[in-house]
Design a protein around this ligand. Structure first.
Ligand SMILES: [Zn+2]
Length: 139
């Protein structure tokens, strides 16, 4: 997966650690970065989750490390898709498997009457539904 940079170079897809306010390390953020001018930009589909995560951290966050794939279903799927063991399976089957996992979690959360957990799982499912990821995006 790649796109053209303004400098004429190629921007390649990577998962990268983003440092916020020099205190918080956010790992596994999907970005494009240019091989020629080193410019990088966050993958558009994960911007809403990244913005809301940073909003929750506030302007003076404590030193900590976060895994972005725990907040963003897209980042999670990209990690799975880049896992060599899973290269044989198609992206659709990876997404389908993840949706099944989330539906199982939703049943468990409902049986425990855990409202916060139910809302969290519903949010994850809607991230998968709203982004309409196409298989070509990952090649
Ligand atoms: Zn460039």
């Amino acid at each position: 997966m790649q796109k053209a940079c303004k400098c004429g170079g190629k921007m390649m897809f990577r998962l990268r650690t983003v440092i916020y306010q020099s205190n918080v390390e956010i790992e596994n953020v999907p970005i494009f970065s240019c091989n020629s001018c080193q410019k990088s930009e966050v993958f558009a589909e994960v911007k809403p989750e990244l913005t809301s995560l940073i909003g929750k951290l506030g302007s003076k966050p404590d030193k900590r490390q976060l895994l972005f794939d725990e907040y963003s279903e897209i980042a999670h799927l990209m990690m799975r898709a880049s896992d060599k063991k899973l290269l044989a399976s198609s992206l659709e089957s990876i997404i389908q498997e993840r949706i099944n996992e989330l539906l199982d979690l939703l049943l468990i959360a409902k049986s425990l009457d855990d409202e916060a957990w139910i809302a969290d799982v519903r949010g994850r499912l809607s991230q998968l539904a709203k982004n309409h990821i196409s298989v070509n995006d990952f090649s």
